[in-house]
Design a protein around this ligand. Structure first.
Ligand SMILES: *Cc1c(COP(=O)(O)O)cnc(C)c1O
Length: 472
């Protein structure tokens, strides 16, 4: 019998001639499809030898083609792909930080697809500036004289230090020697930029006199770094940008302020306490630096804004070319920034802001909706649902090294299965396609709806259903 089955196994070349396979090749590269055919035929052969396939009916061409389809689709899954973020952490660096607004996505697609005015001025018919697309809108929103965008805020910091402080000294408080994730440390960046870091004050207290006593003819700038991902609390004192401005005026020194998260509009109402970009310039910084993909809610980028004289110097520094942004980033950034022309619009259209400003009532209603879908799994009618689901309050965080002392009020689903462990559920959620990233707290699986769109609920419900069914 096995021999007969093996003999009736289709030849790879035959399968490749099938209509279903040609259709597949229109979507998926030929090589991948061929691999999938080989893989599938080999698996069937192994199943026959192992006695798992015993009937010729299990080897109908249609069945084999279905199997190939499934394998080819799986092989074609891209390494970088969407996930459902059910962690509730809005700026999740590992999951790509900010999702873009619909407008920004549209602009990215159109910049990617078509030639553009990237460095061309159609009015004059001459070469244009890559910077201008975001410069004008940043000027408008922040009141800066000039602006530019680079690859990220780490690059912005490096570039500014190199252009303004190379071979000279920059004064910074010991309380602000920030490390942002692994390899980004202010002192290291400074060393690489060729400027000399002059640390003043102590970890918890730095006074204006500490800066003043270290100023000499070799001082290039006064630097303030926002302590994005930690706060020094208790017996503390730090120097405001306003005070640094006064000192800068006295000695004719620029004040540079690395603001970190790029918050454009005050979110104090929602418990988020971070400096607002505009205030950095209003308080007197000559240059401000901030990220594009933290609270601003745009693409990965570092934005430098402030005095034209300094920005011009930075734009012409050789490193500016090394860290320049591409057209897709510019497209996304311009579109995101233009949403800020209307605050309400920004709060509803920019996903980061929309998620961060969801009210407790709203989150509660969303939890109820998703719970309703999950409650149907198993045999609820017979009083035997698969999962026990509670709606709970939970503390939330902004994430992405932003607003460490902001406490968000989240509402989450805490889910327990009749028999399966929370670890096995968490793993099954994460290993499906698309991965659903949840966490475990007090032995329950937590689904935090703050970061999940309605469109994700069906996927989550489907995954929980699969987990229940595969168990049986
Ligand atoms: C996040 C942050 C950076 C690094 O910004 P990236 O855009 O992640 O490169 C630099 N400085 C401060 C103060 C930050 O908060």
């Amino acid at each position: 019998m096995k021999k007969e089955l093996l003999r009736s196994l289709p030849k790879i070349d035959e399968v490749l001639m099938d209509e279903g396979i040609s259709a597949l090749m229109e979507r998926i590269p030929r090589e991948t499809v061929v691999d999938a055919v080989r893989d599938s035929v080999e698996t069937i052969r192994a199943d026959i030898l192992a006695g798992k396939i015993t009937e010729p009916s299990e080897m109908k061409l249609d069945t084999i083609i279905d199997r190939i389809n499934h394998t080819a689709n799986k092989m074609d899954i891209k390494s970088l792909r969407p996930v459902i973020n059910a962690t509730g952490v809005v700026l999740h660096t590992n999951l790509g930080r900010a999702n873009l607004s619909d407008k920004a996505v549209e602009q990215v697609v159109s910049a990617a697809r078509s030639y553009s005015t990237l460095e061309y001025d159609p009015e004059k018919g001459t070469r244009g500036s890559r910077h201008i697309h975001v410069e004008n809108i940043i000027k408008k929103i922040t009141g800066a004289e000039a602006a530019m965008a680079v690859n990220n805020n780490a690059a912005a910091t490096m570039l500014v230090m190199a252009a303004v402080g190379r071979g000279r000294e920059m004064i910074v408080s010991r309380g602000e020697l920030v490390e942002i994730g692994g390899s980004f440390r202010i002192p290291d960046i400074m060393k690489e930029s060729g400027s000399v870091l002059v640390e003043v004050g102590t970890t918890n207290k730095t006074r204006i006199s500490d800066y003043e006593s270290h100023i000499n003819e070799n001082t290039a700038a006064l630097l303030k770094v926002h302590t994005s991902n930690y706060r020094v609390i208790g017996f503390t004192e730090d120097v405001s940008v306003k005070a640094l401005r006064e000192l800068g005026d006295k000695y004719d020194l620029p004040v540079i302020y690395d603001m970190g998260s790029g918050l454009m509009t005050d979110l104090g109402e929602w418990g988020i306490h971070e400096p607002v970009v505009k205030d950095g310039l209003k308080d007197g910084a000559d240059l401000i630096l901030f990220s594009g993909d933290k609270l601003l809610g745009g693409p990965q980028a570092g934005i430098i804004a402030g005095k034209k004289e300094l920005i011009d110097k930075i734009k012409s520094h050789p490193l500016a070319r090394v860290v320049r942004v591409d057209k897709m980033t510019i497209a996304a950034l311009e579109a995101t920034l233009s949403e800020y022309g209307d605050r309400d619009r920004a709060l509803s259209e920019i996903p980061v802001l929309r998620m961060l400003t969801k009210s407790r009532d709203e989150l509660q209603a969303e939890c109820l909706l998703l719970k309703g879908m999950l409650d149907e799994i198993g045999d609820p009618e017979d009083g035997n649902p698969a999962y026990t689901i509670r709606i709970m309050d939970d503390d939330g965080v902004v994430g992405g090294g932003s607003a460490p002392d902001s406490r968000l009020q989240n509402v989450v689903l805490a889910i327990d299965h009749r028999t399966l462990s929370p670890d096995s559920i968490e793993e099954a959620l994460r290993k499906g396609e698309p991965p659903v990233i949840a966490r475990i707290k007090n032995d329950s699986v937590i689904i935090d709806v703050r970061t999940v769109d309605r469109s994700g609920y069906e996927i989550i419900a489907e995954r929980f259903r699969e987990i229940e069914e595969k168990r049986i």
